[in-house]
Design a protein around this ligand. Structure first.
Ligand code: NAD
Ligand code: MG
Length: 374
């Protein structure tokens, strides 16, 4: 078992990583179940997939302590992160009589976690919640850090709140049922941690990435624990992204978001796949500026390609030009006129925020990439 503390004054919490944790939920989360008493029902939110797969085990584990799970089930996918679903969920929580000292349990990927976190942030002006992330992406990224949100017509994650969970319970065994494509998408965020701040971890992933993707227990546990330890440290240092620390987590994301926008945030390109290609572009652009050795850019591309993630722009088959991709970037929350802060690389494990990047130069670079520059 690994326990990673998230050291936030007044809101400190633990991330517990352990195989089989889900079947020991009653004990692992006992502290947050206790207020419900033996007869009270405990609110659980899942999507229909995680509900179908893990409901029975959870009910058995809770039952041993006399607790009963009451379920709110959403359809899988981003449509759960919307006002109507949020309204239904908060109405349901109020009807259950949830109080500020109670905890809502989120069983699912980033979608369920973001929705439940935001619902908890605003129910009774803030009740507690426990994250039980079931995708690799949620286990290494979204379940920790307290960013919660829903999507609106204007874009993804534009309405939300910072609200930290009280506990994060990670059971790597649940990844056995995760589709391989979702596993690879989450793995892109694992590679991101190595690339942005831990060269030794990146090198370890070059040698062991296939074992992680194959869910070999030891390799998987190491990848999750290393990733979440870095995320926890960054969040503790810069909870609200007011310094450049937390911004480092956006490596690959500015390019990635433009690609997601261009492909309509559809199944054509999952978020993690977009981030993977975004990291390729960040590395190649850094090399073009003469800041990253060509060999390190090539290592980045290789690590991403080896994981079966998209590693070249032409492979996407986009019909747009660089200017169209840059146009998507202009909508970024941090865009200012003709420039935008970009996460670039000085080396493997050395990301930094560049504030002198001209969007016109990015457009020219993307045109060359779209035409298969090598
Ligand atoms: P997701 O929650 O949509 O899950 C992906 C798919 O996997 C779904 O179809 C789900 O039903 C299925 N699934 C989940 N667990 C499973 C399991 N164990 N076995 C089989 N199938 C399973 O997607 P995601 O990639 O986990 O999360 C994406 C969301 O996370 C986005 O909305 C994004 O904005 C958000 N996010 C938030 C943060 C944050 O800091 N809050 C960070 C990154 C991403
Ligand atoms: Mg991401």
């Amino acid at each position: 078992m690994a326990v990673v503390p998230v050291a936030l004054a007044g809101r400190a919490y633990d991330v517990v990583i352990e195989e089989g944790l889900l079947s020991r939920l009653g004990t692992a989360a006992a502290r947050f179940l206790a207020p419900y008493g033996a007869t009270r029902k405990v609110p659980f939110v899942a999507d229909s997939t995680t509900h179908r797969l893990y409901r029975e085990g959870i009910e058995a584990s809770l039952g041993a302590g006399g607790h009963v799970a009451e379920w709110f089930v959403v359809e899988p996918g981003e449509d759960a992160k919307t006002w109507p679903v949020l309204e239904q969920l908060t109405d349901w929580l109020l009807a259950m009589g949830v109080t500020r000292s109670d905890h809502v349990f989120a069983l699912g990927g980033g979608v369920v976690g973001d929705l439940v976190g935001f619902a908890a942030a605003i129910t009774k002006r803030g009740c507690g919640f426990v994250q039980i992330p079931t995708t690799l992406l949620a286990q290494v990224d979204s379940s920790v850090g307290g960013k919660t949100a829903i999507n609106t017509a204007a874009g993804k994650n534009l309405i939300g709140a910072f609200h930290q969970p009280a506990l994060v319970l990670i059971d790597p065994l649940v990844l056995d049922t995760l589709p391989d494509r979702e596993m690879r998408a989450g793995y892109a965020e694992v590679l991101k941690y190595g690339l942005l701040g831990d060269a030794a971890f990146f090198a370890w992933l070059e040698g062991n990435g296939a074992r992680v993707l194959a869910r070999e227990p030891e390799a998987l546990a190491h990848a999750i624990a290393t990733s979440i330890t870095m995320k926890a440290a960054i969040v503790a240092a810069d909870e609200r992204e007011t310094l450049d620390r937390r911004a480092l987590l956006n490596l690959g994301h500015t390019f990635g978001h433009a690609l997601e926008a261009e492909t309509g945030f559809s199944d054509l390109l999952l978020h993690g796949e977009a981030v993977a290609l975004g990291m390729v572009l960040a590395a190649r652009y850094s090399a073009r500026r003469g800041e990253l050795a060509d060999a390190d850019a090539a290592r980045t591309v290789q690590a991403i390609a080896a994981a079966g993630l998209p590693a070249s722009l032409p492979a996407l088959g986009l019909t747009c030009d660089g200017a169209a991709l840059v146009e998507h970037m202009r909508h970024d929350k941090k865009a200012e006129g003709t420039t935008l802060p970009f996460l670039l690389l000085r080396g493997i494990g050395e990301a930094y925020v560049a504030r002198d990047v001209a969007l016109a130069d990015i457009a020219a670079f993307l045109d060359a990439e779209l035409n298969g520059a090598s």
